[in-house]
Design a protein around this ligand. Structure first.
Ligand code: GAL
Length: 633
């Protein structure tokens, strides 16, 4: 597979006379892809039903003349103002019951049937016109589903669609009452039309109600996306992608991914570090101009799973962004390092966002490869360097890992719905375990929760997966490697009730979680062999082998052969010991890495990425600050 570079471009932002110069410069830089179109609805359809394709035809032609390929985005994240006059109730409604205003983007309601019909019209018109255009070579649906917290809408349209969804799922109000446990607080319904959305209740709504609403909201994203992919496929043979985000878990990306050919994501490492990654102030200071050393890689591996092997970076941070609380300038070298790290994890393409910094509107302060005056910004030269390096080494190869980590969107919704201890999160628990594996120098594959075969891996982790699926349970039963589950794994039934017999109910492991407690961050539970559990600990009763014990005598990690259950959230010291023990048992070679240095083996090369602001010595080589080093295997 040839790896390629690209850029996001907005021809509608610039005078037409500039397009040729821009295209020539993109080609000279060594770019292959140009993503366009995803916000240009008012330019494509200035008035309802009156299309203007002339400018887009010419923009695509100009790019094509310079040998560039186009990713064409459908503009459905930015419905024009006239659309609101036609469908005043298509605006999404927030949790407090307020309609979202016009004047930015993503103001639509996924459940609004009239808006869906409008989307079908514009996507059909685009697909008919460009579906076989020789310059267009890929599609992007919409833009960043869920961005700006837009998955869940509390509107009349969502209420009606949710009632339908519930009626299909439960068939009768009685079945729903039983599944949700509505006898509690006399919440029984006698008609699906009595059921509202789980907002504006006096105190917390029934968690089973919330979970069904979250599943419904996720399904709405999936069907909204499918509406577009079905139309595009009728008219076009080109692959279809969507651009996902970092640490956004509002909908089931595996389910959306099943209708797409390529998963892509938008990687803004510096914004994410400040805004999203839970870390100490010291960690955030150290990596402020480089980004977290594991956050990008985690998403690369996650989206490789979502894309069933095919994935891209659709938007790569080039300089300061505009949306985080603070927006640092990347260290020289990072725009190159981030791209190479993506390629080492199997990305087919990396596209920088954006070509030229816009001098107007919301993102004026967001860097591009060019400054607003068209002078090259620092990332321009770095992108050129990557293009040259890629030309010299087009094959990077991907590679299977020994270790795998199960990541499940519904589990993130589950613990958001019922954290029990503030901030208990499947995402961040999984991320910590991912980081632990990477610190040992391991490649990691992410697996969806319905994985039916684990035999390719020596070590599998499934922390906090709220309900083990039947295929995964069967796979675990047949599994010959080491599995580490818990805390909170298999702690809920599919109806979001506590199972009896009590969890984790794992085959061969005669242990139950008798009770659980959550603790404030400054109250650790010390372990006898060092390190702590923190935040969450379970009291485990039963007959399994006790592999780790707390200083107070309570079992912390219990085992039956190679199946282990962890009764709490380990700190890094405890986690490293547990992972090291598992690797030794499986004969997995580890390479414990210095802080901020990360390693990735591909089928052809070993890559080292130095996320530190200072050079690092490792294995006889000095890797400069923000440097990448590779050797052929
Ligand atoms: C992404 C989005 C882009 C742009 C970018 C700025 O979330 O897809 O359109 O807004 O952020 O960093």
């Amino acid at each position: 597979m040839k790896r390629t570079l690209g850029v996001c471009y907005y021809p509608e932002h610039w005078p037409e006379a500039q397009w040729t110069k821009d295209a020539a410069r993109m080609a000279a830089l060594g770019l292959t892809w140009v993503r366009i179109g995803e916000f240009a609805w008012t330019r494509m359809e200035p008035e309802p039903g009156r299309y203007d394709w002339g400018w887009l035809d010419r923009a695509i032609q100009t790019l094509g003349k310079h040998g560039l390929k186009v990713v064409l985005g459908t503009p459905t994240a930015t419905p024009p103002r006239w659309m609101i006059d036609r469908h005043p109730d298509m605006l999404a409604v927030d949790k407090e019951g307020r309609p979202r205003g016009f004047g930015s983007r993503r103001h639509y309601d996924f459940s609004h049937r009239g808006y869906r019909a409008e989307c079908a019209k514009i996507v059909t018109a685009m697909a008919e016109r460009y579906g076989r255009n020789p310059v267009v070579a890929a599609w992007q649906t919409d833009n960043e589903y869920a961005c700006h917290s837009t998955t869940r809408s509390y509107s009349p349209a969502a209420t009606a669609a949710f009632r339908d969804w519930l009626a299909q799922k439960y068939q009768s109000p009685d079945a729903l009452n039983r599944a949700w446990g509505n006898v509690f607080w006399s919440m029984d319904y006698s008609d699906f039309n009595q059921i509202g959305l789980p907002n504006l209740t006096v105190t917390e709504p029934n968690p089973a109600h919330v979970m069904d609403f979250r599943r419904f909201a996720s399904d709405e994203v999936v069907s909204f996306n499918r509406l577009q992919t079905e139309i595009i496929r009728k008219h076009s043979p080109y692959p279809i992608a969507h651009n996902y985000m970092g640490a956004v878990t509002e909908f089931d990306h595996y389910a959306t991914g099943a209708d797409l050919d390529i998963a892509s994501w938008d990687s803004y490492p510096l914004g994410f570090l400040v805004d999203r990654v839970p870390a100490t102030p010291e960690h955030k200071r150290r990596f402020v101009r480089q980004g977290d050393p594991d956050f990008q890689a985690f998403h690369h591996d996650l989206y490789r799973a979502v894309g069933r092997g095919r994935w891209w970076i659709m938007e790569q941070q080039p300089g300061p962004v505009n949306w985080a609380p603070y927006n640092a300038d990347p260290l020289p070298g990072m725009a190159r390092l981030w791209a190479w790290e993506a390629f080492a994890h199997g990305a087919e393409a990396v596209c920088y966002f954006r070509w030229r910094q816009a001098p107007f509107a919301q993102e004026q302060m967001h860097a591009g490869l060019l400054r607003p005056d068209s002078v090259a910004a620092p990332a321009f030269a770095e992108a050129g360097e990557v293009a040259k390096e890629l030309a010299a080494m087009p094959e990077v190869g991907t590679c299977k890992a020994d270790a795998a980590l199960v990541f499940d969107y519904a589990s993130e919704w589950a613990w958001e719905t019922q954290p029990q201890g503030r901030g208990f999160s499947h995402l961040w628990l999984a991320f910590q375990m991912y980081r632990g594996l990477r610190r040992l120098g391991l490649n990691v594959d992410v697996l969806p929760p319905d994985t039916a075969d684990l035999s390719a891996y020596k070590l599998v982790l499934a922390p906090g997966v709220c309900t083990l699926s039947d295929p995964l349970k069967a796979a675990l039963r047949a599994y010959k490697g080491t599995a580490i589950l818990g805390p909170r794994t298999n702690a809920k039934t599919p109806d979001f009730a506590t199972p009896v017999p009590l969890p984790p109910a794992l085959p061969g492991l005669e242990v139950v979680v008798a009770r659980a407690e959550s603790l404030p961050p400054d109250v650790p539970v010390p372990l006898a062999q060092g390190g702590n559990l923190w935040h969450w600990r379970e009291v485990l009763e039963g007959h399994a082998t006790v592999t780790e014990v707390a200083e107070d005598g309570c079992p912390a990690l219990v085992s039956a052969g190679k199946l282990h259950y962890l009764g709490g959230w380990p700190d890094d010291e405890a986690l490293t010991r547990i992972l090291n023990r598992a690797c030794t048992a499986e004969g997995i070679e580890t390479d414990p890495l210095p802080e901020g240095l990360r390693l990735r083996d591909t089928a052809t090369h070993r890559f080292l990425f130095n996320y530190n602001p200072v050079p690092v010595e490792w294995d006889g080589v000095t890797i400069p600050a923000a440097g990448v080093h590779w050797t052929k295997l």
